[in-house]
Design a protein around this ligand. Structure first.
Ligand SMILES: [Zn+2]
Length: 339
């Protein structure tokens, strides 16, 4: 009956979790501690029935007028422009129409970033950053997240386990993460004053995080939760899909059905992720309106080049853009500016 006892413990803790401190929740074993910390089990409230029998007997009431049909597309804020900058490898910066700045997988000190190397300080050069989004725990994706967070106060958007270990082992500031930003695959959160919807997607990869505090005999890598990709849906602007380091998987078609991204940032370098042929198939499966490749050329083992990828895309008619590190794409609403 061990299983039954454990599950009722979790039920009880889930009901009373709002009474508990954040730091307690960061520790998985906190679930057990919470159950013994004096939380009372509350009887579950039954919600009103909305089944067919209930609705059949309910009196008809006047309905409010239907809202105007805007096709689900909201107007962008500010100047309406979304600017996406590639900093090399998997690192992208996104400035929203409302002025929020996000960075995905911010390894700014990668060898292809023109703002890095030769004594340059790409982290010191960042004057505003509101959110750091990390797809998985590998060092070339966690990158400069902690240094950026300490400099700018950026909040951390990632999966719960990776966020927790980045706090505990890498020193990401605890007060720059919480239930508003830590999440998991399948959920959606809204950040940047509701301007951006974030959804983590499945990724077939791994997510070990290097532990700088590992002692002799300790494993060098710790659990970083499940690897993910990420969807960013910007109010009145583009929907962006970043694949992380995923391999191809069939459920990319579901990402296409649900989100049909205006811009798909697809890893193509092979070895640790997709080879160009499967990357092109991914672009088709997610129904991308524009594709930008990343995660190539940064390390000698990432041998695949965008040429092969673009040749495959030519056969599919999917538009693509070849960026150099440091280059930008600007959207006005959901339209790319400047071709
Ligand atoms: Zn990786």
């Amino acid at each position: 009956m061990k299983g039954a006892s454990a599950s009722s413990t979790i039920d009880a803790t889930m009901r009373c979790k709002t009474k508990l401190s954040w730091s307690g929740l960061l520790i998985i074993t906190g679930y057990i501690a919470m159950a013994t910390a004096g939380c009372e089990q509350q009887p579950e409230k039954k919600s009103a029935s909305t089944g067919p029998a209930a609705s059949a007997s309910a009196p008809l009431e006047p309905q409010p007028p239907e809202p105007p049909d805007d096709g689900g597309v909201k107007k962008p804020r500010g100047d309406g422009k979304t600017v996406i900058t590639w900093h090399g490898h998997a690192a992208f910066e996104i400035r929203t129409p409302g002025g929020a700045v996000l960075m995905i997988d911010p390894w700014l000190n990668n060898p292809k970033n023109p703002k890095a190397g030769d004594g340059k300080d790409p982290v010191g050069a960042v004057d505003k950053l509101d959110y750091v989004v990390v797809t998985h725990g590998h060092g070339d994706h966690v990158g400069d997240a902690v240094a950026l967070a300490k400099k700018t106060g950026a909040r951390l958007v990632t999966n719960f386990e990776l966020g927790t270990n980045m706090k505990q082992l890498l020193g990401y500031p605890e007060n720059q993460m919480g239930y508003d930003t830590l999440m998991n695959i399948g959920g959606e959160i809204r950040i940047a004053k509701e301007e951006v919807m974030v959804s983590l997607t499945l990724a077939v990869h791994s997510s070990g995080m290097k532990n700088p505090k590992a002692g002799d005999g300790d494993p060098e890598m710790v659990y970083g939760g499940n690897p993910t990709g990420v969807i960013l849906k910007i109010e009145g602007g583009p929907t962006i899909y970043h694949t992380g380091d995923t391999s191809y998987f069939d459920d990319m078609q579901l990402i296409g059905e649900l989100h049909s991204p205006d811009l798909a940032l697809i890893n193509i370098g092979g070895h640790f992720g997709m080879e160009p042929g499967m990357a092109a198939r991914a672009a088709s499966s997610v129904n991308a309106k524009l594709v930008v490749p990343h995660h190539f050329g940064t390390m000698p083992i990432l041998t695949a080049s965008p040429k092969g990828f673009f040749r495959k895309l030519d056969a599919t008619k999917i538009p693509y853009k070849s960026l150099e590190p440091g280059e930008q794409i600007t959207y006005l609403g959901t339209e790319v500016q400047g071709g």
